[in-house]
Design a protein around this ligand. Sequence first.
Ligand code: SF4
Ligand code: SF4
Length: 359
Amino acid sequence: MGSKVYFIKASVAEGERVLSEKARRLFHAGAFGSCFKPGDFTAVKVHVGEETNNTYITAPCFKGLVEELQALRTKPFITDTSTLYTGRRHNAIDHTTLAIERGFSVEGLGVPFIASDGLFGTAETPVRIAGELDQEVMIAADIVRCQSILSVAHFTGHVATCAGATLKTLGMGCASRKGKMRQHSALKPHVKRGVCTRCGECHRHCPADAITLDEVMAHIDQDQCIGCAECVAVCRFGAVIYDWQQENAILGKSVAEHALGALQGKDGRAAFFNFVVSVTKDCDCFARANMRKIVDDIGILASRDPVAIDQAAIDLVEARAGKPLPKLIGNRRLNWHYQIEHAVKIGLGSAEYELVEIE
Ligand code: SF4
Ligand code: SF4
């Protein structure tokens, strides 16, 4: 039979208030209140969207879920962690300011935004796991410390893992800076000779000073590179490339192992939501406005199983589009199976699910 995944049809065209109420209906339908106890410090893991990105899930869509947690007398806080790449989410000051500007705040949602990995992304706790790549992962300190977690992910394609949803939100989004670097450590890009225009944009944005320019092109020092993908994001000429087939597999597995670390000690104390609306080729980390939808809006999913919910979201997207996700995002060499299969293998959840549709 598999894990239960609750589903309600939804579209951004219905408006934020309706989306918020539909998420609330799922919360009740799945009796997710039992995951949270009075007095819990409850992390509400979100993505506030990189600056200029306008396809992220907006703060008012979370209102109903936050109110449910408040009614249960937990102490909810909206949270995320610092990014490796430069931008408005690179440290807690800029990230919190952006969150407040976008209503992820006491004023907007009645609860504060608190970066769970501290000011510089270095507040972390090592977590022992029974992984295949790692036996210890570095997770944001306040994620480890809080008693319960409500993860609300926006389902999108992803430049390196193919699918970005709950597993990615937990694995990458709840890891400290060191944990993120570990996940990306296998993902080292190269510059394509003959395509590079020597514009220097990648050199200016590289947080690790790993890029030099000679009279012909840019070069990436593979030992110094931390695999953050900033150069891929900023290169307008498509000159920065990866060996996707090799690196996609390791990154996908590492994301699953860090998700396992983020959930350590929270058995029965975590609920996962995927908003499968405004599904874009790239994730909300991309500082781009008006990214094109790759599929019509589908709805919202909720589950206690972080693997089943992602599998269900992928299946719904592929069925609606009539195409596999790698083709939809324009990179047939990427494969989402690595995340899911490895997550199953390490005991994070099940890829088998029962879809329970709510009216
Ligand atoms: S941003 Fe792209 S084109 Fe510009 S220097 Fe870097 S690799 Fe070359
Ligand atoms: S060269 Fe490496 S560290 Fe520098 S921006 Fe690119 S991926 Fe990041």
